[in-house]
Design a protein around this ligand. Sequence first.
Ligand code: EPU
Length: 302
Amino acid sequence: MRISDPTIVGKLGELHVELQNGAALADLTSLGIGGNTDLLRIREHESLPDLLNLLDANHVPHKFLGGGSNLLVGDGELPWVVLQLVRPEPDVVLDGNIAHVDAAADLGRMITFCAKNDLGGMEGLIGVPGTVGGALRMNAGAYGMQIGSYVREVKLYRAASRKIEVLRDHQISFEYRHTSFAPDDMMLSVILELPSKPYKEILQGIRICNEKRRSSQPLGQKSAGCIFKNPPGASAGRMIDELGLKGLFVGDARVSDRHANFFVNAGHASAKDMLALIADVRERVQKNFGVALENEVVVWNA
Ligand code: EPU
């Protein structure tokens, strides 16, 4: 979708929102898949209520993009614009065991920065790509830990109230790859409380997790991490593997040879290819195991 009305363009300027015409979402997602639309880069959190009022008043649909690492975007000209926060400098400020983190901060860099300041707890998340905001929204987890455990407070834009609000930890529920945030809430910043740990010890934990990840996941390839959530008490990857589906493909969308719950873009896969592969694998798992796999990847398909 393109914003060409000069009045809207002028107002975006007044709100210090940068308009990038016809951005290729394939370049902004780890899968390297996705069509084109206008990208609105937000410099000041406080401009959000006015920005959203402006878009709604002009019937411009929108979606919030984080780091694009858990996302499958549709092909072609997209029927909505995309909003993304500009990462401020600094994006992490420490005060004792408390970390004030901007949602646009890179998750891995935030963990490393905290580690260097003897704050640990999140070692398991070190190889997870994406922003802190994205990790919060999905309650990213790995190797027995999840980001939600360390959250004390979240600042977010709530589409329902059209306001910026602050939620305390007891007002948010963090479950397995799921939170109580509404789909149209936009994460702005978070306060984490992290346990003190010597850097050397954290580093050792990070190395172990890195090694485990390297040996079991296709890190060098374009993917969105795991495609399906694990059903209670089972592993989606193991089930897909047991059906002999590693290497199964539709166009350039392939089930990884390394981890069967990672589907990779092996060249120029389209969203159509990837969605067809997802549907095919889901159907086979349903037929053979009687389990309906749920997407872990977020799909923006028109
Ligand atoms: N397995 C296979 N074949 C495969 C993949 C896995 O047999 O192709 C087996 C493994 O040998 C193991 C079991 O399945 O016995 C579980 O595999 P793994 O330890 O890789 O964990 P997972 O359940 O597949 C989950 C998360 C990952 C996270 C890892 C490590 C989900 C959907 N996946 O994977 O998260 O990195 O544990 O904690 O919860 C993600 O969220 O995108 C993601 C990749």
